[in-house]
Write a protein that binds this ligand. Structure first.
Ligand SMILES: [Zn+2]
Length: 324
């Protein structure tokens, strides 16, 4: 491996709410962290300047003799990774058709590489997670939405215009619930946090642990309450959890069948609930996958936590710097 002890990457992470930056060493140790509000309405140039300030502050914490490979930026998308150009990003209004890559590169004086956050999360798992060296790995985040990143044959799968990996819109249960985009029965519409809450609201009886947790008002139901109520013996909440496990398994099995990954890693807020049913989830994925596929694919919950995007951005910089 070309990376050495004194090699570092500067990592940025742009979300709809926050921009974060840090210095990351070749072992994935993070220092010099900073965070600011994204304020996308101020425009991409303003955000680029403020991110550069954070990155410079992070760089100032590097020890003497440190070699900076470059800047990796993980961002909410959709985005064309080669140019960093946004393509109608729902959480960064006003940034469509724009990129901060040239201005950031000029400001920092080092190369800048940009990637989609879910794809870079998958990349982080192949370097700093439980599956180091994996050449085929899929990362699925199940949270407010459902997204994914795919590493196939050691490459990031980005697609023709950077939009690959939208696993949240895989059809998994036609005729059931749709998502905000309007597709029929997709993964996101049936297994995201809000989807789990919506299914529970539609099945709400007004009795039992779930009714107590939501104070009698089904409008208050969250996916966390559904998992907690099932743990307290609520039969309807248990039905929703069982359906969720089924829905998640159908989506994961489809990915396993198509990509034959060495590992599948799940992140996002819904994982905390799913982790309490991990054996059942694994068993259901095996049942739904082709014979001989699911039982050879480890299914793990990410242990990189909120740092997964920063680590993915850093790994992008380490990896691309070796290619120039
Ligand atoms: Zn959808």
């Amino acid at each position: 491996m070309a990376t050495s002890k004194n090699q570092y990457a500067l990592a940025g992470d742009i979300g709809g709410t926050n921009i974060r930056a840090a210095l990351v060493d070749s072992e994935g140790r993070i220092t010099g962290r900073g965070s600011i509000d994204t304020l996308p309405e101020r425009g991409i140039d303003d955000a680029s300047e403020r991110l550069a300030r954070l990155l410079k502050a992070a760089r100032a914490t590097a020890p003497s003799g440190a070699v900076i490979a470059g800047v990796g930026v993980s961002t909410a998308g959709p985005i064309r990774p080669a140019t960093g150009t946004y393509n109608h990003p729902p959480n960064l209004p006003g940034w469509n058709g724009k990129t901060m890559k040239p201005s950031l590169s000029e400001s920092m004086g080092v190369p800048v590489w940009v990637g989609h956050d879910a794809t870079l999360a998958a990349l982080a798992e192949t370097r700093f997670g439980d599956h180091v060296g994996a050449e085929n790995l899929i990362y699925v985040t199940i949270s407010t939405g459902v997204g994914g990143g795919i590493i196939a044959n050691s490459e990031m799968v980005t697609g023709a215009s950077g939009g690959a990996g939208e696993v949240g819109h895989l059809p998994i249960r036609t005729g059931a619930y749709g998502c905000n985009v309007g597709c029929d029965g997709c993964f996101e519409g049936n297994a995201s946090g809000p989807a789990i809450a919506r299914i529970a609201r539609d099945m709400f009886t007004g009795k039992g642990p779930l009714a107590e947790l939501c104070g009698g008002d089904p409008a208050n139901i969250t996916s966390r309450m559904v998992f907690d109520a099932a743990d307290s013996g609520d039969p309807v909440a248990q039905q929703v959890v069982d359906l969720t496990i089924d829905n998640v398994s159908i989506g994961l099995a489809a990915l396993i069948n198509v990509f034959n990954p060495e590992a599948l890693v799940i992140g996002g807020g819904v994982v905390q609930g799913l982790q309490r049913h991990w054996e059942k989830l694994q068993k259901t994925v095996v049942e739904k996958a082709l014979p001989g596929y699911g039982d050879t694919t480890p299914l793990t919950a990410t242990r990189l936590g909120d740092d997964v995007s920063l680590l993915g951005a850093a790994q992008l910089a380490f990896r691309e710097a070796r290619r120039i």
